[in-house]
Structure formats: structure tokens, C-alpha cells
Design a protein around this ligand. Structure first.
Ligand SMILES: Cc1cc2nc3c(=O)[nH]c(=O)nc-3n(C[C@H](O)[C@H](O)[C@H](O)COP(=O)(O)OP(=O)(O)OC[C@H]3O[C@@H](n4cnc5c(N)ncnc54)[C@H](O)[C@@H]3O)c2cc1C
Length: 404
């Protein structure tokens, strides 16, 4: 091999939650790895997500997906330990939205059975709350409310903390600045430094694709079929203003009617991200119409919330997954072809388990090869993506929405 070509064990494409956890696990397992990011860390799903460390409650209660509930049930304990700084990666600096979620139901007849099913299926059991234990947002509602120990993190903070810890191994790339060729026992990846224009040629035995909706295009670049992927879009609603803190789901029959999480914006206003069935049904609906529907839903499921001075907007986003005929996959997925691993966590909560499975498929170089360590210090690092409520978009109050 040409001496200018630097050997490395693994190159990861895509710095969302999946790529960052995979990079961390590779490095702590003695695997020489770098991560390439073409935009900002977390662009796409991670920054748009609601940050709930699911343990399967939604799936268990709605009775749809015992397999999904079982696959994810160990995740809250793994994350709790990292978020407390007791396991690697150390995430104790990550900003938390909440230490638990609330779940409330509008279908009183089925609710008891739902809680029992959830208690049987889950490691983190729902605790049904008395009236005097309810948070302000849920006071006075009809139907039962439970608390579940599913933590809610601030995704931007997670990206910042992991990005900082792994900075020396994360390289910014630019469109047209990456070329790929297949060699006998691995891949030649040729990069251009976006700051200096200098070339860098790397040889990697394994490639990991954790680029979310970018996986499809990357698979074509590696000569693999792009159509093993699917996307399921969502139109999420956001509300900002004087709103109480609420993190949780309203379940109605077999559906998650709304999922609401609370963050703060640059002006210290509360921001609600509102997803669930509303966002699934909203993909072809005009934003003004979806906002009206969201307001109606909030009046019905949270009758004590005053929305008078609250501003609303929506954002389009998507879930990138392995092909499953448009249905929700129930577990992580890794497709391995020609030393390329195409990976999907399908949930942010699954990132630690996906990283374990990725590393189990990669071997570290023998010691004598370790001498050729490459120093990437002069290479620019990517920024972290902006959350959807900090990007430029029109917000409207109930009054302006009604007149449109
Ligand atoms: C609205 C919404 C809410 C959600 N809420 C939750 C939740 O509460 N809890 C939960 O567990 N899950 C949730 N999810 C799912 C979760 O967000 C995703 O499963 C997870 O974030 C996927 O992470 P990822 O790293 O695979 O992909 P992404 O976060 O999409 O990251 C992909 C990265 O790859 C980069 N990239 C793309 N193309 C290239 C390329 N050619 N070269 C280099 N880099 C590239 C992108 O810029 C990006 O940084 C939610 C998803 C959505 C859409």
C-alpha cells in the first residue's frame, strides 16, 4: 500500500447519537476509529427527537409490539448509569428535561388492563398517581395518570457532551470532499480537508454507516443497494410561552394520542414538542390546519392548560430505518455486506446496544500496526445542530391561526 495511505480499523459515517456511541465504544475497545460528519452533529433525527429514554411503556400499554417492548426494556437502566456518571460513556454533564415521564389515559374502561399489561412486560413499572401527586399540567384531568422511570434528556446537550469527549476523532467533511474505492480487504477513503484543501487518504478494514436518512446515498457510494432503507415522516407541532413542564404521553386505546416534552429556548421560554399520532397523521396537512388540530387535542387531553398567549409552529422531520414495508421495526438493525455495516438504532434509546453490536463485528489491529496512529488535530470539527425551535420559522398565536 502507498505509504501516504494511513491504515485505520474503522471509519464511521454520520455523527448522530448512533455514530457517537459507536465511536466511543470503538475507542474504548482499542479499535482505531474516526467519524466523518458532513453537516452538523445530530442533523436529522437526533436533534429533532424528544429525548425520551424509552423502556417500552408505550408498546406494552397499547398492546402493539410485545417484541418491541421486550427489546428495549433494558435501555433505561443502562442510560441511567451513564447519566449518573457511573458507566461509560460518562454523560453526567448532559442536561436533563426530566428524571421520569408521565402517562395519562383518556379511555377509562381499558386503562386498568393497560397498566397491568405494562407492569408485567416492563422493568420500569408504571406507578399510578393520586390526585395530590399530579404535576400542574395534569391536575384536574379525568382518567388515570402514572409515572414511569423513563428519563428525558436534552438531545442537543447529549450531542455536545459526546462531541466534546470524542472531538479528536471527529472530522468535518464537505460535499464532494469524499471519494471511495474498494480494495482487496477493505476500503480506501480519500478526503479533502475543508479548511486547507489538503488530501488525506485512509484505508479502513470496516466501514460503519450511521448516517440516518443519509445511509441510502452512502450505500450507493459503496456500491450497495440503496433500497434496503425506509423513511417514515412526521410533522411535529411546537408551542412556546408560559407553559408548565410536562414530559409524557397521553394514551387512548391502542394509540399514543400525543407525546409532549418540554425544553427552554434562547429567551428562557418553555417550548413543548408535540408528537404522537398527531404528528403521524399530520404529514400531508397544512401547518395552520395541524396547529388547529393540536390546539383541539390539547383542550381535550389537558383541559386546564391556557393556550391564549401561546405561539405555535410545526416542523417536518423523518425517521430513517431499515426497510420494513413502511411499518415500525421493533429492534436495532445492522446489515453487513462487503465489510460495510449499515446501522439503524430505530430509537435514540437503543444507541448503547447498537454500539455494542457494531463493536462485536470489528476487530482491533494487532499491536505492531497501532504505531501508525494518525493525528487529526488540524482537521476542523463539526458544530452541533440547532434544535428545531431555534431555526428560522413563522410562529403564530391562536388569534392569528384562527384568522388564517
Ligand atoms: C420527531 C422525532 C422524535 C423522536 N423521539 C424519540 C424519543 O423520544 N426517544 C427515542 O428513543 N427515539 C426518538 N426518536 C428516534 C431517534 O431520534 C432516532 O432513532 C435516532 O436519533 C437516530 O439516530 P442516528 O444517529 O441513527 O441518525 P441521525 O440522528 O439522523 O444522524 C445522522 C447523522 O449522519 C449525518 N450524515 C448524513 N449523511 C452523511 C454523509 N454522507 N456523511 C457523513 N455524515 C452524514 C447527519 O448529518 C447526521 O449528523 C425520534 C425521532 C423523531 C424524528
Amino acid at each position: 500500500m502507498d505509504k501516504a495511505v494511513k491504515p485505520i480499523d474503522c471509519i464511521i459515517f454520520g455523527g448522530g447519537v448512533a455514530g457517537l456511541f459507536a465511536l466511543d465504544k470503538c475507542l474504548s475497545s482499542g479499535i482505531r476509529a474516526i467519524l466523518l460528519e458532513s453537516k452538523s452533529l445530530g442533523t436529522g433525527q437526533t436533534i429533532d427527537s424528544q429525548g425520551i429514554i424509552h423502556g417500552g411503556l408505550k408498546y406494552a400499554i397499547t398492546g402493539h409490539g410485545a417484541k418491541a417492548a421486550s427489546a428495549i426494556k433494558d435501555m433505561p437502566a443502562i442510560w441511567r448509569s451513564c447519566l449518573a456518571g457511573e458507566s461509560k460513556p460518562n454523560l453526567h454533564k448532559v442536561v436533563m428535561r426530566s428524571d421520569f415521564c408521565h402517562v395519562w389515559r383518556t379511555d377509562s374502561i381499558r386503562s386498568k388492563l393497560g397498566w397491568i399489561a405494562a407492569k408485567l412486560a416492563l422493568r420500569t413499572k408504571p406507578i399510578v398517581l393520586d390526585e395530590d401527586e399530579l404535576p400542574i399540567a395534569l391536575q384536574g384531568i379525568e382518567g388515570s395518570v402514572a409515572r414511569i422511570d423513563e428519563q428525558v434528556i436534552e438531545p442537543r446537550s447529549l450531542l455536545e457532551v459526546l462531541g466534546r469527549q470524542l472531538d479528536d476523532h471527529i472530522l468535518q467533511t464537505v460535499e464532494g470532499g469524499v471519494e471511495i474505492s474498494q480494495l482487496d480487504d477493505g476500503w480506501l477513503v480519500q478526503l479533502l480537508n475543508p479548511k486547507t484543501g489538503e488530501p488525506l487518504d485512509l484505508f479502513a478494514k470496516k466501514i460503519v454507516l450511521t448516517a440516518g436518512s443519509g445511509n441510502s446515498h452512502l450505500r450507493s457510494m459503496f456500491g450497495l443497494e440503496p433500497d434496503k432503507t425506509q423513511v417514515r415522516p412526521l410533522q411535529m407541532v411546537m408551542a412556546r410561552g408560559n407553559l408548565p413542564v410536562l414530559n409524557g404521553h397521553c394514551i387512548d386505546g391502542a394509540k399514543t394520542r400525543v407525546t409532549i416534552t418540554t425544553s427552554k429556548d434562547y429567551a428562557n421560554r418553555s417550548v413543548w414538542q408535540i408528537g404522537g399520532q398527531l404528528a403521524e397523521d399530520g404529514i400531508d396537512v397544512l401547518p395552520e390546519k395541524l396547529i388547529k388540530h393540536a390546539v383541539q387535542e390539547i383542550h381535550e387531553v389537558l383541559p386546564n392548560i391556557d393556550l391564549q398567549d401561546i405561539e405555535f409552529t410545526t416542523y417536518m422531520t423523518t425517521r430513517a430505518e431499515p426497510y420494513a414495508r413502511g411499518n415500525r421495526p421493533s429492534d436495532i438493525s445492522i446489515i453487513e455486506e462487503k465489510n460495510v455495516l449499515t446501522c439503524w438504532p430505530i430509537k435514540l434509546a437503543f444507541a448503547p446496544r447498537l454500539a455494542e453490536e457494531i463493536v462485536a463485528r470489528i476487530s482491533a489491529s494487532p499491536n505492531e500496526e497501532q504505531n501508525s496512529v494518525v493525528d487529526f488535530a488540524s482537521w476542523p470539527s463539526p458544530n452541533v445542530a440547532l434544535p428545531p425551535w431555534e431555526t428560522d420559522q413563522p410562529w403564530s398565536t391562536l388569534e392569528t391561526a384562527a384568522s388564517s
